[in-house]
Structure formats: structure tokens, C-alpha cells
Write a protein that binds this ligand. Structure first.
Ligand code: ZN
Length: 63
């Protein structure tokens, strides 16, 4: 099950939520109930996708 990290744009509370398919765009802040939340990519689910790709990609052996 994917657990996503969110940050509320209203009260800036960060929280994690287990999100089922189709619900990821319908997450509300547990603090202020705002739907204005930003989803942060989970490092465990998206390893190598954005985080660390540039930092760890070896230049040697590529050319
Ligand atoms: Zn909030």
C-alpha cells in the first residue's frame, strides 16, 4: 500500500496518509480539513525516480 506524504498549504502541517487508488486527489488536512495539500513523493516508493538520480548516477562507464 502506498503511503504518501502530504503538506498542507494552509497550516503547513506535514502528515502521512495511506492512500488507495483514486483517493490521492481527495486528501484533506487532518488539522484544518483543507483540501489544499501538496503531495510529496514517497522516498520508498519512488526511489531513484527523482531523489538521488542526479547525485548517484555514475558518469563512468556511460561513455
Ligand atoms: Zn492544514
Amino acid at each position: 500500500m502506498p503511503i504518501f506524504e502530504y503538506k498542507c498549504n494552509q497550516c503547513e502541517k506535514e502528515f502521512e496518509k495511506l492512500v488507495f487508488s483514486g483517493e490521492e486527489n481527495n486528501v484533506s488536512c487532518p488539522e484544518c480539513k483543507s483540501l489544499d495539500v501538496a503531495k510529496k513523493m514517497s522516498a520508498t516508493s519512488f526511489m531513484g525516480n527523482s531523489i538521488g538520480t542526479c547525485a548517484t548516477s555514475p558518469s563512468k562507464g556511460f561513455s
